[in-house]
Design a protein around this ligand. Structure first.
Ligand SMILES: Nc1ncnc2c1ncn2[C@@H]1O[C@H](COP(=O)(O)OP(=O)(O)O)[C@@H](O)[C@H]1O
Ligand SMILES: [Mg+2]
Length: 287
C-alpha cells in the first residue's frame, strides 16, 4: 500500500477516475460540483470543485470531519439540494437541469439515513412496501416484494411488527429493505449505522456487504468511522474540511466477501492508519 500522505495532487486526480470507465464517464459522476449555501445572514461554501466518477456496482465510502460537506454531496446526488455549479449525472443523465430535477435519473436511487424514518403506525411490511404503494404497485405484488426484502435483510418473522417493537439495528434493516424495495441501482446511505452500538454495527456491516453483493447495487456510503469505510468500500474518498474538497481517494484491495477478521490484517490496519493520519492533519490545519 503506498503512502498516501505523500501523494502529489495529480495522483489524487488519477485515482479519482475509476478504473475501466466507459467513454462518457462513470455510472455516477460529479463534475466540477460546488455548493454555496446562501442565507440572508450568511454564505457558506460547503463544497468546492468536486470531481468523482463512480463505477457501476462500486462501493464508495465518503469520510471527513463533521461539516465538511458529506451530507451535502449525497443530497445533491439524491436531487434534494441543487448544486451552485457543476453537474451530477447518473448513467449519463443529469440529476439537475438548472433548478429542475430529472425524475428518471432519480428513480434509480434508494436512500437510507441515520434515523430509519419508519412510520410508527405502519407495520414493518407496510413500511417496506410504502415506496411501491407510492409507485402504484398492486397489493399482492407489494406484499410479495416486501416479504422478499424482509428476508434479504434478515427480518423474516417480523413483518407484522411495529417499529417500536424493533431494536435499532432491526429498524435500520427495515429502512434498508424499504430503500431496496423498488430495486434501485444506487443506494445512498448517510451514516446509517452511526447510532448503533459497536457489535450491532459490525453485524450490519457484514449484512450490508452481503446485500450489496446480492443486489449488485452501486453504493455511496457516508460514515464517520474510518474502520467502517475501509471494511466496506472499494474506494474511500476523504473530504477536506470546509469547503469540502476531495483530498484523497484510497483503493481498498481486500477481496470479498470480507470477514470481520480482515480488520486485523496488516494491509487493512495500514490503510486505516494512513486515512486517520490524513484526517488528523485536516484537524490540525483547521485549529
Ligand atoms: N441548509 C443549509 N443551509 C445553510 N448551511 C448549510 C445547510 N446544510 C448544511 N450547511 C452547512 O454546510 C456545511 C456542510 O454541511 P454537511 O453537508 O451537513 O456536512 P457533513 O455531513 O459532512 O457533516 C456545514 O458548514 C453546514 O453548516
Ligand atoms: Mg452529515
Amino acid at each position: 500500500m503506498s503512502d498516501l500522505s505523500t501523494h502529489p495532487p495529480q495522483d489524487v486526480a488519477a485515482a479519482t477516475a475509476a478504473p475501466a470507465s466507459r467513454a462518457g464517464g462513470g455510472y455516477v459522476e460529479f463534475a466540477g460540483v460546488t455548493k454555496r449555501y446562501q442565507t440572508r445572514r450568511s454564505s457558506t461554501l460547503a463544497l468546492s470543485d468536486i470531481n468523482l466518477r463512480v463505477e457501476r456496482e462500486e462501493f464508495i465510502a465518503l469520510v471527513g470531519r463533521s461539516g465538511c460537506g458529506k451530507t451535502t454531496m449525497l443530497r445533491i446526488l439524491a436531487g434534494l439540494v441543487q448544486p451552485t455549479e457543476g453537474q451530477v449525472t447518473v448513467d449519463g443523465t443529469s440529476v439537475w437541469n438548472g433548478a429542475r430535477r430529472d425524475d428518471q435519473a432519480l428513480s434509480k436511487l434508494g436512500l437510507v439515513f441515520q434515523d430509519s424514518n419508519l412510520f410508527p403506525w405502519y407495520s414493518v411490511m407496510d413500511n417496506i412496501a410504502l415506496p411501491l404503494r407510492l409507485r402504484g404497485v398492486d397489493k399482492k405484488e407489494r406484499r410479495a416484494r416486501a416479504k422478499e426484502m424482509a428476508e434479504l435483510v434478515g427480518l423474516t418473522g417480523f413483518e407484522r411488527a411495529y417499529p417500536r417493537e424493533l431494536s435499532g439495528g432491526m429498524r435500520q434493516r427495515a429502512a434498508i429493505a424499504r430503500a431496496l424495495s423498488y430495486d434501485p441501482d444506487i443506494l445512498l446511505m448517510d451514516e446509517p449505522f452511526g447510532a448503533l452500538d459497536a457489535m450491532t454495527r459490525d453485524k450490519m456491516n457484514m449484512e450490508l456487504q452481503r446485500i450489496s453483493i446480492a443486489t449488485k447495487a452501486t453504493v455511496v456510503f457516508v460514515t464517520h468511522s474510518i474502520t467502517e469505510a475501509v471494511f466496506l468500500a472499494d474506494r474511500v474518498v476523504l473530504l477536506s474540511a470546509r469547503p469540502g474538497q476531495i483530498k484523497s481517494v484510497t483503493k481498498v484491495a481486500i477481496p470479498r466477501p470480507r470477514t470481520l477478521d480482515a480488520q486485523t490484517d496488516a494491509g487493512f490496519q495500514e490503510t486505516v492508519r494512513e486515512l486517520r493520519h490524513q484526517l488528523t492533519e485536516e484537524e490540525e490545519r483547521e485549529s
